[in-house]
Design a protein around this ligand. Structure first.
Ligand code: C2O
Ligand code: CU
Length: 493
């Protein structure tokens, strides 16, 4: 699978943006080489290889009641569905989304994993206007990256409501072989059942810890005492879901024995790392964050918030639970795969595969055609991750987002991020508008946009600066991000 060509020169073509009619005034007065605003954004997009096809979608965020295995919850969703309806296009297609906000609060939509034009990235105050209650916004962009992606709000703790949906970009040239394909979206759930995300965030900020189960008074595993635990997360949830369904009401997928099935797995949780397994099967990992990797077989796979993995399984005869164990929270979500008759395992059945050593992204190797060109980085910048539960503050390079000093790059440079986790929590670090290669450009590491950094762990990643604009880099734990663990990458002249 080769990628659409992206112009490696910052040539300004003077092409007018597809949707933004205003905002050009003033650029003509500046020297061209300093022009990193709309003309550079337009130039980059018009250099993408496109199919010419236009896909129109409607998307409305609103208050909804969802039935979670018999528990009815008031929450916020896209189009009354949990997860929202899939968006599916081909690589190089143009996507137009007529978005309406019928929520009682301002919101936004971020297209996670798509390295689209900066002004459509959906980050209020940085790239795209916030959409007020009753308001609307028309997104319009070319999709340059095939793979399993998704979308969600970039406003406060809204990520921990029901606002998420898959965004799949197909590459007609792809060669992965399988007979069926299913999408599995993992989530931790409290909204409308326990406390809502704003209440949880407020309690965390007051240093109370957060037991969202509504049972009250539960100690946060001792984390308030200063000793943080590995991968516990900060929030205890009443439910964990796969495709909007709790453990007692799993979605059932049907197939025939011997069929190969591609599972596209998305972790849409706010505060939960999952480990996934299919009972009595091995999974062959084929992609992460949309990019192909050399096939890697595993019984167990660890997925941080925001990460995606595609795996292929060859199913045998019977009924098998696909389980997602909430790491450190001793609960599971599940779906069932049925290829024949058999006994349905109980909701508490814990497959042996959960005892295996979990695969993590650092062990994967990029397919050759998606490695970044080997190149010595033009600059190396640190992302030092620190924080504490009391007070509840999470920082990058010693600063919260309010005080942050943005990282910088020039167009067409290769940048290295030296990510170092100095805390006892794991953090899934996500870069908007780009992908990076784990271990450096031209190494064997996987191409990704989100990487889970274990407690006291670290990794160097390289990115190619080919998408001008101002971009978020942050922890994909919604509460860490809100408590400061965000910064920016800004293109400079
Ligand atoms: Cu999926 Cu800035 O996030
Ligand atoms: Cu974090």
């Amino acid at each position: 699978m080769s990628k659409p060509q992206i112009s490696r020169r910052g040539v300004l073509t003077g092409v007018v943006g597809l949707t933004v009619a205003s905002g050009l005034a003033g650029y003509g007065l500046r020297p061209r080489r300093e022009s990193l605003g709309l003309p550079a954004i337009d130039a980059r997009e018009s250099a993408l290889v496109t199919t010419g096809k236009i896909n129109n979608f409607d998307l409305t965020a609103r208050l909804t009641q969802v039935d979670l295995g018999g528990t009815v919850a008031d929450t916020w969703t896209y189009g009354d569905l949990l997860p929202g309806k899939i968006f599916r296009v081909n690589v190089g297609d143009r996507v137009r989304v007529a978005f309406k906000n019928e929520l009682p609060a301002p919101t936004s939509v971020h297209w996670h994993g798509l390295a689209i034009r900066n002004d459509m990235d959906g980050v209020p105050g940085l790239t795209t206007p916030e959409v007020l209650p009753g308001g609307s916004f028309n997104f319009d962009f070319i999709t340059p990256d095939a793979g399993t992606h998704w979308f969600h709000p970039h406003s406060g703790a809204q990520l921990d409501r029901g606002l998420y949906a898959p965004f799949i970009v197909d590459d007609p040239r792809e060669v992965t072989k399988y007979e069926r394909e299913w999408i599995l979206i993992l989530d931790d759930w409290t909204d409308g059942v326990g406390k809502n995300p704003d209440e949880i965030l407020a309690e965390l900020m007051q240093g109370k810890g957060a037991d969202s189960s509504g049972m009250g008074g539960m100690d946060m595993g001792g984390m308030g005492g200063g000793m943080e635990m590995d991968d516990m997360g900060d929030v205890t949830y009443p439910m964990y879901l796969i495709n909007g369904r709790p453990n007692n009401d799993p979605e059932t997928f049907s197939a025939k024995p011997g069929e190969r099935i591609r599972l596209r797995i998305i972790n849409a949780a706010a505060d939960t790392v999952f480990q996934v397994a299919l009972s009595q099967h091995l999974m062959t990992v084929t992609h992460t964050d949309g990019f192909p990797v050399k096939a890697f077989e595993t019984a167990l796979l660890r997925i941080g918030m925001g990460e995606r993995y595609d795996v292929v399984v060859t199913v045998t005869d019977g009924i098998f639970p696909f389980v997602a164990e909430a790491v450190g929270k001793s609960q599971m979500a599940r779906a069932l795969i049925r290829t024949g008759s058999g006994r349905i395992p109980t909701a508490t059945f814990r497959p042996n595969e959960l005892n295996a050593v979990a695969l993590t992204a650092d062990l994967l190797q990029a397919s050759d055609e998606v490695k970044l060109p080997a190149r010595k980085p033009d600059h190396v910048q640190n992302l030092l991750l620190t924080g504490s539960m009391k007070p509840y503050v999470w920082k990058i390079n010693g600063r919260t987002y309010a005080q942050t000093k943005a990282l910088t790059t020039r167009s067409n440079e290769t940048g290295r991020l030296r990510i170092r986790n100095m805390s006892m929590m794991s953090h899934p670090i996500h870069l908007h508008g780009h992908t990076f290669q784990l271990g450096g450009a031209g190494s064997n590491g996987a191409r990704k946009d989100t990487v889970l950094i274990p407690p006291m762990g670290g990794i160097d990643v390289d990115f190619a600066a080919t998408n001008p604009g101002k971009w978020m880099i942050h922890c994909h734990n919604a509460y860490h991000a809100e408590a400061g663990m965000m910064t920016r990458l800004e293109y400079i002249a």
